[in-house]
Design a protein around this ligand. Structure first.
Ligand code: GAR
Length: 187
């Protein structure tokens, strides 16, 4: 099996679905490490409680390249071959992306190329869009700009707030991400 590393910053619900999906005979990957820039991320505790190796490194008080070198070393020490970003809310440097070129994917809560960056659901509602969704894409130096590997759509309903829409999209993220990661690692 391929050794997948997952980077998170918080709750880690997408990470959980990836771990759960990896624990089948057909899965092309196993989760070798869950790493976070937030030592108190709830997802780290979940991963540890479910037998997954974890690593935390706060970037506070460090040069960004030093912080990333620590993450990079932890991933390599764990034998990681490919990386899935799952609510990792920090920009990767060009150097990191280049060292892992073509081997990082991300899930983003919009129908890319619409709404790169933050506050995607508020922006989709404010624009009067009829639909929203999520995208899994290859990570390149351009923020949320790499090849889109798969998307899922949901309707935007009257009265939706960013929170109600986020919940509807998140349910689709949990189905989309394991499927696309499996396809990506099999291709
Ligand atoms: C997810 O909705 C994910 O798409 C989004 O953050 C949430 C993380 O939830 N990611 C981004 O906005 C990336 N810029 P989770 O921690 O429960 O997976």
């Amino acid at each position: 099996k391929r050794r997948l590393g997952i980077l998170i910053s918080g709750r880690g619900s997408n990470m959980q679905t990836l771990v759960e999906a990896s624990r089948t005979r057909e899965s092309p990957y196993e989760v070798a490490l869950v790493a976070s820039d937030k030592p108190d991320a709830a997802g780290l505790a979940w991963a540890a409680a479910h037998g997954v190796a974890t690593f935390a490194q706060s970037p506070k008080g460090m040069a960004k390249t030093d912080y990333e070198a620590r993450i990079d070393a932890a991933l390599r020490d764990a034998g990681v071959e490919a990386i899935a970003l799952a609510g990792y809310m920090r920009l990767l440097t060009d150097g990191f992306v280049q060292r892992w070129r073509g081997r990082i994917v991300n899930i983003h809560p919009s129908l890319l190329p619409l709404y790169k960056g933050l506050d995607t659901h508020a922006r989709a509602i404010a624009a009067g869009n009829a639909e929203a969704g999520c995208s899994v894409h290859v990570v390149t130096e351009e923020l949320d700009g790499g090849e889109v590997l798969g998307q899922a759509r949901v309707p935007i309903l009257p009265g939706d707030t960013p929170d109600t829409l986020a919940a509807r999209v998140l349910a689709e993220e949990h189905k989309l991400y394991p499927r696309i990661v499996r396809e990506w690692l099999n291709r």
